[in-house]
Design a protein around this ligand. Structure first.
Ligand code: ADP
Ligand code: MG
Length: 228
């Protein structure tokens, strides 16, 4: 059975895609077979090579074709808004059942590791009834929580962790993706977080990569250790 993880975060633009892409590349470099999905994406355009979908396809070394886009991100919305609002602008509605069915189908594939990147933070609405947390509960995968190191990030990361705990979602690891603007060295943020996060949950620093490029940076820590 594949190992399955849901990559979530305290908010949007924190580093979920960066972590999912890095994990995918590092696991593949070790010879593991990896499936990586960003099932729901808002702010999507086919012409934009910087979308999460395009980045995950690069990490998977799959060509940027309509079929592969549909495979990695079946629910794409144009407006850069929470999925409930972005879908409504297109007269659509996202169904939790459909999302979970998609997950179950992927689970049946013979991969070593299955990675699902969420959308926005833990409580982003998918529709007017369900949030990302409901999706996580339904799938039942352990969470990799991505936080930042900006001023205010500690409360955001701990709030997200608290929500996961309340909803009974296993917290597998916390990755702190170094923010562009940090008031203190990120290690200090991590030391503080460790006082409040459950003992035994790894809290890993992902330093700010130069130019934000994932592929070229071999100095980044190997996150594969966290999931294998
Ligand atoms: N550790 C990091 N080093 C360099 N750039 C990063 C890092 N973490 C995130 N970024 C960049 O910050 C932006 C937002 O990150 P992203 O992974 O897209 O966030 P999310 O998926 O949570 O919305 C992207 O341009 C990404 O490349
Ligand atoms: Mg993303």
């Amino acid at each position: 059975m594949s190992k399955r993880y849901f990559i979530t975060s305290s908010g949007t633009g924190i580093g979920k895609t960066f972590v999912t892409s890095l994990l995918t590349r590092q696991l593949r470099a070790r010879g593991a077979s990896v499936a990586a999905y960003k099932p729901v994406i808002s702010g999507y355009s086919d012409d934009d090579a910087t979308t999460d979908t395009a980045e995950l396809l690069r990490a998977l070394e799959l060509p940027y074709t309509p079929q592969n886009v549909q495979h990695v991100s079946p629910w794409r919305f144009a407006a850069p808004l929470s999925p409930n609002m972005a879908a409504a602008r297109e007269g659509r509605e996202l169904s939790l059942d459909a999302l979970v069915n998609h997950g179950r189908t992927q689970e049946s594939q013979p991969h070593d590791v299955l990675l699902v990147e969420g959308v926005g933070g833990v409580l982003v609405p998918l529709n007017n009834t369900h949030t990302v947390c409901d999706w996580m509960v339904a799938l039942g995968y352990p969470a990799i929580l991505v936080g930042g190191s900006y001023l205010g990030s500690i409360s955001h990361t701990l709030s997200a962790a608290e929500v996961l705990k309340t909803r009974g979602i296993a917290l597998h690891a916390v990755v702190i993706s170094e923010s562009q603007e940090c008031p203190v060295p990120p290690d200090e943020t991590i030391a503080t977080l460790k006082h409040f996060l459950p003992a035994g949950v790894p809290v890993v620093l992902l330093p700010r990569a130069s130019h934000g490029t994932i592929a070229a940076d071999i100095t980044l820590p190997n996150l594969a250790e966290l999931v294998l």
